[in-house]
Design a protein around this ligand. Structure first.
Ligand SMILES: CC(C)(COP(=O)(O)OP(=O)(O)OC[C@H]1O[C@@H](n2cnc3c(N)ncnc32)[C@H](O)[C@@H]1OP(=O)(O)O)[C@@H](O)C(=O)NCCC(=O)NCCS
Length: 179
């Protein structure tokens, strides 16, 4: 299923593939950059503390695990977006997991996140294990919420005061999609 090539809204070729051990350096650089571009993540600049070796080991673990996925999206060889998904390890929870997604700000609005989510949904349907995709999104993240709704996610609940940032508490919405 991966790698796969898609076309963005503005006609560029987007490569989507699973992350591998040697991607750790570029992915950590990407994470550092997005942590400075948006406050909608659960970490700020300098707060994502995995080493290159740990990140690399995590990618390899995802590749070996049939209900986990770490996708990278590339424009001309540069990482412009990532999507992570991890379901539970035991029989009662192996069908359900949490998704995380981000895109470099300079490439927002050309459908990269939409294509990454489509790739996850295709993978989940093909694998026949994953039956539920969950996510948490800050209640004021209108852009992400609109995208998730368009993909069929529905709001299942609200977790109050889950995020604390610059002296303000924010609620998270729990959204879910049944496969
Ligand atoms: C949320 C995010 C992943 C979306 O990525 P993206 O590649 O720009 O998304 P897409 O281009 O596929 O779709 C964005 C959609 O939101 C719409 N949109 C843009 N601004 C919006 C707003 N203020 N309110 C509602 N919708 C908005 C766009 O019009 C587009 O919809 P369309 O395709 O119908 O035109 C990206 O903005 C991002 O990385 N944000 C920071 C990190 C983050 O919030 N991650 C999610 C945490 S839960």
């Amino acid at each position: 299923m991966f790698p796969t090539e898609k076309t963005t809204v503005d006609g560029r070729r987007l490569l989507i593939r699973e992350a591998g051990g040697s991607d750790a350096g570029p992915v950590l650089a990407y994470i550092d950059r997005i942590s400075r571009e948006t406050t909608f993540l659960t970490f700020g600049p300098g707060e994502f503390l995995l080493t290159r070796e740990e990140e690399s080991a995590y990618f390899e673990k995802c590749r070996r695990t049939e209900n986990a996925l770490y996708l990278l999206a590339f424009l001309k060889g540069t990482i412009v977006g990532t999507l992570t998904f991890q379901a539970g390890p035991r029989p009662r929870v192996r069908h359900a997991g949490e998704m995380g997604i981000s895109v470099l700000k300079e490439h927002w609005g050309i459908g990269i996140a939409s294509l990454l989510i489509d790739a996850l949904l295709e993978w989940a349907k093909d694998g026949e294990i994953v039956k539920k995709i969950d996510l948490r999104v800050r209640a004021d993240n209108d852009r992400a919420i609109a995208l998730y709704r368009r993909k069929g996610f529905v709001v299942e609940g609200r977790l109050k005061k889950e995020i604390y940032l610059d002296g303000v508490f924010y609620d998270n919405l729990c959204m879910g999609l049944e496969i």
